[in-house]
Design a protein around this ligand. Structure first.
Ligand SMILES: *[C@@H]1O[C@H](CO)[C@@H](O)[C@H](O)[C@H]1NC(C)=O
Ligand SMILES: *[C@@H]1O[C@H](CO)[C@@H](O)[C@H](O)[C@H]1NC(C)=O
Ligand SMILES: *[C@@H]1O[C@H](CO)[C@@H](O)[C@H](O)[C@H]1NC(C)=O
Ligand SMILES: *[C@@H]1O[C@H](CO)[C@@H](O)[C@H](O)[C@H]1NC(C)=O
Ligand SMILES: *[C@@H]1O[C@H](CO)[C@@H](O)[C@H](O)[C@H]1NC(C)=O
Ligand SMILES: *[C@@H]1O[C@H](CO)[C@@H](O)[C@H](O)[C@H]1NC(C)=O
Ligand SMILES: *[C@@H]1O[C@H](CO)[C@@H](O)[C@H](O)[C@H]1NC(C)=O
Length: 331
């Protein structure tokens, strides 16, 4: 067992050097690795089937209602524990929260909720499917924006937050709507993990997550850039799911890793890494998998991160994984 691991480490470290070398030819790697934008959102693969339909009450084509330029639109900060409406507040206690933004038109008195989330749930965005007929792990990891009429006050207020944080004009809202559609078309995959060098807030961030709270931060930033003041009376905390590692090394994409026999060992190692973590139906299963991944990572100190549809090796170090609920101020 020990012997096998040592041999594997040797083969892998050889490969990492090679790969790192080929990547660094273009000069210094930029950290955090920029999230890749696409020119349009591709159709989802029919293999990915949502257990719960995405955005059931939103407009099918993602249209956002047009507001009169002179309208005054209130902006709300919305936060509630993930799935808590279904499973009690277990996840609320460890602060896995979902974030959204609310809007209310003064002229029409209609209100709206805008959020960004996984098309096929968190488990599918965090762990791939190992399909026997395919060489490479298969990811159902798209995320998207959902805009729909109504704000469910009870849902947000009872175990979370519903707070007015600002006011914008109808013209500003219409500009924001265009930006959201652009952001939604070009930012297509969900990323659960934030990867950094250590828990010190000043440490290097290797990869940023791309999730519901990042969408909310981008939107607030856009609103602030339009000259709107955003103010909260309470601390604005958000969930972050961290991995801690030394400097990551680039491994390759599906075709370079899983399409070449020379990379067979690495391909097998990545599949083996993901083998025990199959996508899950329930949040309890997801939390169990986080514990499993924690054990595996502590023992082997390896993590294979999938980011921008490419694989990276993370040389993991203590405290390995952390879920925090920390303050990120409004812009
Ligand atoms: C995750 O993806 C699989 C494969 O498409 C699907 O069967 C399952 O329903 C998805 N899980 C959820 C919770 O949507
Ligand atoms: C974002 O894209 C998804 C997937 O194509 C779509 O269902 C949704 O309506 C879009 N949302 C917005 C606000 O454009
Ligand atoms: C949103 O509209 C619904 C339906 O009119 C109303 O019950 C609710 O209180 C409104 N919420 C906010 C935050 O404006
Ligand atoms: C808030 O949490 C309590 C306690 O877990 C739960 O019974 C209640 O249904 C939750 N409320 C909402 C609106 O989800
Ligand atoms: C982080 O950097 C800031 C500014 O350089 C400094 O004031 C602060 O003490 C640092 N924090 C830690 C924990 O090192
Ligand atoms: C995978 O990487 C190779 C080498 O960098 C590149 O030529 C190829 O276009 C990439 N494939 C995809 C699907 O991005
Ligand atoms: C919110 O974040 C701050 C600073 O990051 C932290 O001190 C505080 O305990 C957090 N609040 C909760 C309820 O976790």
């Amino acid at each position: 067992m020990k012997q096998g691991t040592t041999t594997l480490c040797f083969i892998l470290s050889f490969c990492f050097q090679e790969c790192a070398l080929s990547k660094s030819i273009n000069g210094q790697q930029k950290w955090p690795v920029p999230y890749r934008r696409f020119d349009h959102r591709p159709e989802t693969d029919p293999y990915c089937q949502a257990l719960y339909p995405f955005c059931p009450t939103g407009d099918r084509d993602g249209r956002v209602p047009y507001m009169r330029d002179t309208d005054s639109i209130e902006v709300f900060r919305l936060q509630a524990p993930v799935w808590e409406f279904k499973y009690g507040d277990l996840l609320g206690k460890i602060h896995i929260m979902h974030d959204a933004i609310g809007f209310r038109s003064t002229e029409t008195e209609r209100n709206y909720t805008m959020e960004w989330y996984e098309l096929f749930q968190l488990g599918n965005c965090t762990f791939p499917h190992l399909r026997p007929e395919l060489n490479a792990p298969f990811w159902c990891n798209q995320g998207a924006a959902c805009f729909f009429e109504g704000i469910d006050d009870v849902h947000w207020m009872q175990n979370g937050t519903l707070e007015k944080v600002g006011r914008m004009t109808g013209a500003q809202f219409n500009e924001l709507a265009k930006w959201v559609q652009y952001d939604n078309e070009t930012g297509i995959f969900y990323e659960t993990w934030t990867v950094r060098a250590d828990p010190n807030p000043n440490s290097t961030v290797w990869f940023e997550s791309y999730d519901c709270s990042q969408f909310v931060h981008r939107t607030y930033k856009k609103i602030a850039e339009m000259g709107v003041d955003l103010v909260s009376k309470t601390q604005t905390n958000y969930t972050k799911i961290y991995l801690f590692s030394g400097e990551p090394s680039y491994l390759g994409n599906d075709s370079t890793i899983f399409g070449q026999s020379s990379m067979k060992t690495l391909a097998a190692e990545i599949k083996n890494f993901y083998h025990s973590f199959r996508p899950h139906q329930s949040p309890q299963d997801f939390i169990l998998s986080l514990f499993e991944i924690f054990e595996k990572v502590v023992l082997e100190k390896n993590f294979y991160l999938f980011y921008n549809f490419e694989y990276w090796h993370l040389p993991m170090k203590p405290p390995y994984i952390q879920i925090t609920y920390e303050e990120i101020p409004l812009p």
